[in-house]
Design a protein around this ligand. Structure first.
Ligand code: NAD
Length: 497
């Protein structure tokens, strides 16, 4: 059953390891429904070894000149590009997104290293005015130490870079745990880290399930930051466990992006953008259009064109370049989305396009799902409140911009929001009134490296990317240097000489 895709062992302290307990996890191909590889399940001792290796490696790594760290990162970027085709195929095979999207993801995975390498000369401190003569005070940025990076399955290559690259330039070392369904991209990238000359212990990749391996990492007293991307329940659990040692957390969690279309918008641009933003990666993106809000004057025209375009999307083999939508990542994820659609219809929604499992699936056991579009929606319905994470979208009319903003903000999520309009005043009002971490006007995602990917409310704490994302991997140290030779305050004993 197992087929080697590169080396499927874990990468700890610069060496390749099987699971000490002998347990393995199968990795399946969502397009065939068949397992095609297996990876080791780390024991808690191995998790401890990886964290200890990261701790030992950190002083040397953090003490190197930033330019030296950056040079290794640039080599990683080159190697990811050199092996980009192979990596993209692994992403498709274990995760199911269409090859064109996987190639884009791998491009991003390389760029994170080039981008953060640029910070070699930019991590700087501040000199503060002193209260005393001949005293110097400064605040400097220092590595936070040992980072745990825990990532989901929807971007199994890019999210490796999103955690590893800022950690490396900050002078931190990292233990990365990919999702149990999609560990092969991370293991493939670990070989590139090794080849690029990353010293042993600086980046470690351990594999296994969240509730065992992930939990063991989070429980460790010797981790300084847990930077996790994933679902809200897991984020809450990680925060709870990490709080026992007051370990810092940065959590990038789920989304329920509103996609607001005003009557004055360019309708063609809005429809195509809404379709792309809903169906990319089979709807499995935290910034996906999860609820489309359309001003009533253009509602019917919008829905007609949206349904027409959605119907025409090609669901099929993700390795084919003409495929628009690959399979869902797993049967459980497929069933979760089906249950939400069934619930919405029971609650009164109308399926103007009723997708689901195709009658003639591209392969019999793949997790295929064609687009569904729902109208007759009430903002209180589950389908408007819960993250769908699949190729399904509720479309709801509104009268005024203020109504759209009210519906938008009435959500536990607060990651990305979209607005399509050509009214400048409205754009500026939306920027203030939409209570989300990212607002996209007349464009879809993805977010840019130099932005700050940040969710409000249950969409997370902390954030990723750019200067502000890097800050999370650093801490500040204040230094007071008195060079006057005299005390700055009266010293004990206070009376006498
Ligand atoms: P998930 O929460 O199931 O898993 C994420 C990671 O956490 C996995 O590696 C998993 O093994 C690990 N994990 C699970 N239980 C754990 C525990 N008790 N302790 C420590 N680690 C544990 O999420 P998923 O299903 O892989 O991903 C989908 C979710 O991720 C969606 O909600 C999506 O919106 C979100 N996501 C968010 C962003 C963002 O940037 N905000 C990006 C991508 C995905």
């Amino acid at each position: 059953m197992s087929e080697s895709v590169g080396d499927n062992r874990m990468y700890i302290n610069g060496r390749w390891h099987d699971g000490a307990g002998g347990e393995k996890q199968p990795v399946g191909n969502p397009a065939t429904g068949e397992p095609f590889a297996e990876v080791p399940e780390a024991t808690s001792e191995q998790v401890g070894e990886a964290i200890a290796a990261a701790r030992r490696a950190q002083p040397d790594w953090g003490g190197r000149a930033p330019l030296e760290r950056a040079a290794i990162m640039r080599r990683i970027a080159q190697l990811v590009r050199r092996d980009g085709d192979a990596l993209a195929k692994i992403v498709v095979r274990e995760q199911g997104k269409p090859i064109l999207e996987a190639e884009g993801e791998v491009g991003g995975a390389a760029e994170f290293f080039d981008y953060y390498a640029e910070f070699a000369r930019r991590i700087q401190g501040e000199i503060l005015p002193s209260d005393f003569a001949q005293e110097q005070i400064w605040v400097q940025r220092v590595p936070i130490g040992v980072v745990a990076g825990i990532i989901p399955w929807n971007y199994p290559a890019a999210l490796v870079s999103r955690k590893v690259a800022p950690a490396m330039i900050a002078g931190d070392t990292i233990v990365l745990k990919p999702h149990e369904m999609t560990p092969l991209s991370a293991l493939f990238m670990a070989r590139l880290f090794d080849e690029a000359g990353v010293p042993p212990g600086v980046v470690n990749v351990v594999t296994g399930r969240g509730e065992t391996v992930g939990e063991a990492i989070t429980r460790s007293q010797d981790v300084d930051l847990v930077s996790m991307t994933g679902s809200v329940p897991t984020g809450k659990r990680i925060m709870e466990v990490a709080s026992r040692h007051l370990t810092q957390v940065s959590l990038e969690l789920g989304g329920k992006a509103p996609f607001i279309v005003m009557a004055d918008a360019d309708l063609d641009l809005a429809v195509r953008s809404a379709v792309t933003s809903r169906f990319m990666n089979c709807g499995q993106v935290c910034i996906c259009n999860e609820r489309t809000l359309v001003q009533e004057d253009v509602f019917d025209a919008f829905v007609d064109r949206f349904v027409e375009l959605s119907k025409g999307l090609r669901v099929g083999d993700p390795l084919r370049r003409e495929t628009d939508i690959g399979p869902k990542v797993s049967r459980e994820e497929l069933e979760k989305v089906e249950a939400l659609v069934d619930g919405a219809i029971r609650d009164g929604a109308t399926p103007v396009l009723r997708g689901g499992r195709p009658a003639n699936p591209p392969t019999p056991k793949g997790y295929w799902m064609t687009p569904t579009v729902l109208t007759g929606i009430d903002p209180e319905m589950d389908i408007m409140q819960k993250e769908i994470f699949g190729p399904v979208v509720p479309v709801i009319p509104f009268k005024t911009f203020e109504q759209a903003v009210d519906i938008t903000n009435a959500s536990r999520f607060g990651l990305s929001a979209y607005l399509f309009t050509n009214d400048f005043g409205r754009i500026m009002k939306a920027v203030t009134d939409i209570n989300f971490g990212e607002v996209y006007v007349n464009r879809v995602g993805p977010e840019s490296l130099q932005g700050f990917h940040v969710g409000y409310r249950e969409s997370g704490v902390g954030g990723d990317d750019g200067l502000h994302g890097l800050e999370i991997y650093l801490r500040k140290k204040t230094v007071y240097v008195n060079y006057s030779g005299a005390p700055t305050v009266p010293l004990m004993p206070y009376s006498g000489s």
